[in-house]
Ligand binder design. Structure first.
Ligand code: IVH
Length: 350
């Protein structure tokens, strides 16, 4: 399973369009199918004589994990398909919706289990379960969007493919459009950027695919990415707010991590009042002081990060952050690891 080349601005998109036109020796704008880039776990599912026989994760692209028993628990993923090619391998993305992720984390915590950092991790963790009954209890969803291999051809374009896959009984993303100009393509990107937070699932960009499969075949691949498609990534969501305090958290291994307590701020549609700071070295490196105005980054992940201090708003009233010397949980003396990064409570079983 390959990956997509990324692009970040309209200049990169123009370059992609120009490159494909040059490669195909044409002046005409080529129809491009635009669809959301789902921030989930990519998977492959194989059908022989219409029967699901194998499911795999992407892994390193060559070898993935066998998830056959677990994907069979996903509702709406057909176990049998009619009138299918003899051999059919389909690719898509498995994900957990944002609301379901929050509910799942509440359940995890109430059972004393570790919470997942974001919806993508919760989907990956759910697929990695040894007991398919656990996977069955997880609210996994999926969309399919590509063919890995098919013993016979049944679509000529990406749009037609999605229609046929939907006819076979697969879930395909209803959001997707053919565009006929750079302007239409950019309009689609802007529209999705605006409605991104209202979608039930996380997306991290738009995938542009040359719609016509004959042209896709001619364009082929370069290294480990197709020449006929590209991912236009969304910018990470950034916001600025006041750092009210820094609290400390004791992890499972005794690591003491600082947590930024923030004046609540809406970032990417979600109100945030806490952010991760990783470790005390990071606070020193960024010269973060209590009372500072800080920039936050939220890129797909649900827990945002403090990335920078807005020095232009410093008043001189800010207070330096002190590295704690006593464990907030058991009051033992804390140790600083030799790498000077992790502050740790090693009070054994106590
Ligand atoms: S097409 C050659 N379409 O993004 C790969 N990928 O780095 C063709 N992804 O590994 C993939 N949404 O897991 C395609 N609508 C979409 C996608 C999508 C998410 C993932 C996929 C791939 C990664 C690209």
């Amino acid at each position: 399973m390959l990956s997509l080349a990324n692009c970040f601005d309209s200049k990169d998109v123009t370059d992609f369009i120009d490159r494909t036109k040059k490669f195909l020796n044409t002046q005409d704008f080529l129809e491009i199918y635009c669809e959301p880039k789902i921030d989930g776990v990519s998977f492959s599912v194989t059908y022989v004589d219409g029967k699901l026989i194998n499911g795999a994760t992407r892994g390193d692209g060559y070898i993935g994990e066998n998830i056959t028993a677990n994907i069979k628990t996903i509702r709406n993923l057909p176990y049998k398909i009619n009138n299918a090619p003899e051999f059919l391998e389909i690719r898509g993305e498995i994900f957990i919706e944002k609301n379901d992720f929050l509910l799942l984390n509440t359940q995890q915590e109430s059972q004393g289990k570790a919470a997942f950092a974001n919806p993508r991790n919760s989907a990956a963790g759910s697929l990695r379960q040894l007991d398919p009954n656990t996977t069955l209890s997880r609210p996994l969803k999926y969309f399919v969007y590509a063919i890995g291999y098919s013993s016979s051809k049944f679509a000529n374009t990406q749009k037609e493919l999605l229609q046929k896959l939907s006819d076979f009984g697969f879930q395909t993303n209803p959001i997707g459009e053919i565009t006929n100009s750079l302007q239409e393509l950019i309009d689609f990107y802007q529209k999705l950027l605006l409605i991104r937070e209202q979608l039930g699932y996380e997306i991290d960009g738009i995938v542009y695919k040359i719609n016509n499969f004959q042209l896709q075949d001619r364009l082929g691949f370069i290294a480990r990415s197709p020449r006929f498609a590209i991912a236009h990534k969304f910018p990470a969501t950034i916001a600025e707010t006041k750092l009210l305090n820094i609290s400390v958290q004791v992890g499972r291994t005794g690591a003491i991590t600082p947590v930024a307590e923030l004046a609540p701020i809406k970032i990417g549609g979600v109100t945030v009042s806490k952010a991760t700071l990783h470790n005390f070295d990071e606070i020193k490196r960024l010269d973060i002081r209590i009372g500072d105005n800080v920039f936050l980054h939220r890129a797909g992940d649900v827990i945002p990060k403090v990335t920078q201090v807005n020095l232009s708003r410093r008043t001189g009233e800010e207070q330096m952050v002190l590295v704690p010397t006593k464990c907030p949980s058991c009051d033992s003396t804390l140790h600083i690891d030799p790498d000077n990064v992790v502050v740790r409570c090693d009070n054994g079983l106590n």
